[in-house]
Design a protein around this ligand. Structure first.
Ligand SMILES: NC(=O)C1=CN([C@@H]2O[C@H](COP(=O)(O)OP(=O)(O)OC[C@H]3O[C@@H](n4cnc5c(N)ncnc54)[C@H](OP(=O)(O)O)[C@@H]3O)[C@@H](O)[C@H]2O)C=CC1
Ligand SMILES: CC(=O)N[C@@H](CCC(=O)OP(=O)(O)O)C(=O)O
Length: 337
């Protein structure tokens, strides 16, 4: 069994990771960690997340120096479900000890001068690791994920958008100078577990945010190799992302070619489902799937993509990346084959 330590295990994506590692046939838990001064230190994981009572009762351990040396000697891989700056600071220490890191944050996803200052508010100090990191979009980057020591699991909105757009981009179907428009809504778990007024139940109303300056716009554009317009919305539901994507096609693209591009990309890749009907959040919430469907009128194509932000948008995609990196069966721990 490969021993996985999870840092940030009390948070929403960390908890999902703990649940997935626990049932994975090739993985075992090598500690659940929170920050050194966390108010949740030494509490049972299941006291915070009673859904896993009797299944994961291990304590949440403070990440102090002793914990770090324990991880260095006991863990085979580290899963970071921590804020961007925390992952940025922690990952190089584990990598230096030869421990592979699967990071759910945005800290190692986008190389480029000045990108982190502008979109994340901090200067990146580890350009060597940033250059070496594999972008963890599981269906699209298998060769790099297989070889990498550091996997930067793709962002939640970028996963929904890139899964829909990459087959079209790679086939050359997107009209010259067209910026696909991605209008997406996320459930409130997308903002993490920490209490804040903006995510308090009685304050939430379906609304746009991050207009023309969300960090996922450059992440999607970079990994698509085509500029996009991206507009996120906060939805008054718990989990899931639905993205509606508007693309102008080149003149000569036929219906059959569009269908062929999607089928070629995803037939046999069980996690992405070409549903033949419009995706909806209830069909993917609590699952590792990405559901896709499209329709066109002349050169206007509309694609709808739905995922669970905490699973395909984070924790289950991290497990897909581990499976690829370690040579396990691609769906191990995710879908009964
Ligand atoms: N939520 C989502 O839908 C998605 C999130 N992500 C990314 O995943 C990461 C985690 O997100 P999410 O689960 O929502 O976040 P949460 O806020 O829910 O959880 C953060 C976790 O990190 C712990 N933590 C905070 N500071 C430290 C530290 N210095 N050392 C160790 N642990 C620490 C927290 O515990 P404590 O504060 O008690 O120490 C908590 O366990 C983020 O980078 C986010 O951008 C990616 C895709 C989707
Ligand atoms: C609803 C909400 O606030 N969503 C978050 C995105 C989720 C996330 O943590 O982003 P990464 O995928 O880049 O890690 C946001 O817009 O910042």
């Amino acid at each position: 069994m490969l021993k996985a330590a999870i840092i940030g295990a009390s948070g929403y994506t960390g908890a999902e990771l703990a649940g997935l590692v626990k049932v994975h046939p090739e993985l075992s838990l090598a500690g659940l960690y929170v920050s050194e001064g966390s108010l949740d230190g030494h509490k049972a994981f299941s006291s915070l997340h009673p859904r896993w009572r009797g299944l994961i009762d291990e304590p949440l351990l403070p990440l102090d120096d002793e914990a770090l040396s324990r991880i260095h000697t006991e863990a085979d891989i580290v899963l970071l479900a921590t804020a961007h700056e925390v992952s940025h600071d922690l990952a190089p220490g584990f990598l230096a000890k030869g421990i592979k890191v699967f990071d759910l944050s945005g800290a190692f996803r986008v190389p480029g001068e000045g990108f982190y200052e502008r979109f994340y508010g901090f200067a990146h100090q580890h350009s060597d690791w940033l250059a070496q990191a594999a972008y963890g979009l599981a269906e699209w980057n298998q060769a790099a994920i297989q070889k990498a020591k550091l996997i930067a699991v793709a962002g939640c909105y970028p996963t929904a958008a890139l899964t829909a757009l990459k087959p079209l981009q790679n086939a050359g179907f997107i009209a010259d100078n067209n910026k696909p428009i991605i209008s997406a809504v996320s459930g409130v778990t997308g903002a993490g577990r920490k209490a804040s007024l903006a995510t308090s139940f009685s304050e939430i109303s379906f609304k746009p945010y991050g207009v023309l300056n969300h960090r996922h716009q450059p992440e999607i554009s970079h990994h698509l190799d085509n500029q996009v317009v991206f507009q996120p919305h906060l939805g008054n539901f718990i989990r899931g992302i639905l993205a509606t994507i508007y693309v102008q096609l080149n003149d000569d693209v036929t219906d059959e070619q569009i269908a062929q591009a999607y089928h070629q990309a995803y037939d046999g890749q069980k996690i992405v489902r070409l549903t033949g009907q419009w995706p909806q959040i209830n069909d993917v919430a609590g699952t590792p799937f990405c559901d896709l469907h499209w329709a066109r009128d002349g050169n206007q194509l509309i694609i709808v993509s739905a995922i669970d932000n905490l699973l395909k948008g984070a924790a289950s995609q991290a497990i897909q990346c581990i499976n690829i990196n370690q040579g396990f069966s691609p769906l191990a721990g995710l879908v009964q084959e």
